[in-house]
Every structure is written in structure tokens, then in C-alpha cells.
Write a protein that binds this ligand. Structure first.
Ligand code: ZN
Length: 133
């Protein structure tokens, strides 16, 4: 992965982290104890929505932190399964991707599948995982 691209991704992640932290600080929740039942219910719903949103943002924040860690350790853009280089197109579309398209699709197919055909996907998944070795 070339340095210029890594620098761009790093700058993007740092900016995104700032944005997310700003957003999260706004969702600390309102604690309305006054008002009628409708107000209280609306506030509770709003708080629950914010809690969910905060959870999503903090999980995204973890992914970003991990991507920055990968950049720092010169591992960014390397598929965690097959160790091939993840395409720039994929990293631009999904900057926190840790797997190449083939591995991700195989993993998703395996996870989606329940019961009887699962073993087929597991074999495909293992084949993809081992393709470089
Ligand atoms: Zn892969």
C-alpha cells in the first residue's frame, strides 16, 4: 500500500473520529423529569434512540481506532484472512474493511446460512482462507 494513500486514509480517519466524538457528546441524553406523561414518554424514546445511536457510533469508533492501529503497524489494506492486498477501490468504499471482497463474501455466506448447507459454505470459507497458503 503506497504511503500517499495511507496518509490520506489516516487523515480521513482522524477527521471522522473528531466528527463522531462531537456527535456523541451531543447525545448524552436529556433527563426530563418534569412535564406530562407524553413529554416523559417522548424524552424516554429520544433517550433510547440516542443510546442506540451512541452504541453504533462507539462501535464505528472502535473500527476506526483499529484501522489507525493497522496503518501504524503497516498492516492496513492486508486481508486478515488470506493476507492478500485489499484493493484501494474497496478501501475507499469501505475504509475500515479488514478483509478482501472474496473473504468477506465467503464469511457472510457462511454466517447467513443456517442448518443443512452450512457445511458447504464452511468448506468454501476455508478454501478462501487458505488460498494464499
Ligand atoms: Zn482475503
Amino acid at each position: 500500500m503506497d504511503r500517499k494513500f495511507l496518509k490520506e486514509q489516516e487523515a480521513y480517519f482522524l477527521k471522522l473520529m473528531d466528527d463522531i466524538r462531537n456527535k456523541m457528546s451531543k447525545f448524552t441524553g436529556t433527563h426530563l423529569t418534569n412535564g406530562d406523561l407524553v413529554d416523559q414518554t417522548l424524552t424516554r424514546d429520544e433517550n433510547n434512540k440516542n443510546i442506540k445511536l451512541n452504541k453504533r457510533l462507539s462501535s464505528f469508533l472502535k473500527k476506526i481506532t483499529y484501522s489507525l492501529h493497522l496503518i501504524e503497524n503497516e498492516m492496513y489494506g492486508t486481508c486478515e484472512e488470506c493476507e492478500c492486498t485489499i484493493s484501494k477501490e474497496r478501501l475507499k468504499a469501505r475504509p475500515t474493511a479488514t478483509m478482501c471482497v472474496e473473504c468477506k463474501e465467503a464469511q457472510e455466506a457462511y454466517e447467513r446460512c443456517t442448518h443443512k448447507n452450512r457445511s458447504i459454505h464452511q468448506v468454501q470459507w476455508m478454501n478462501v482462507s487458505n488460498k494464499i497458503q
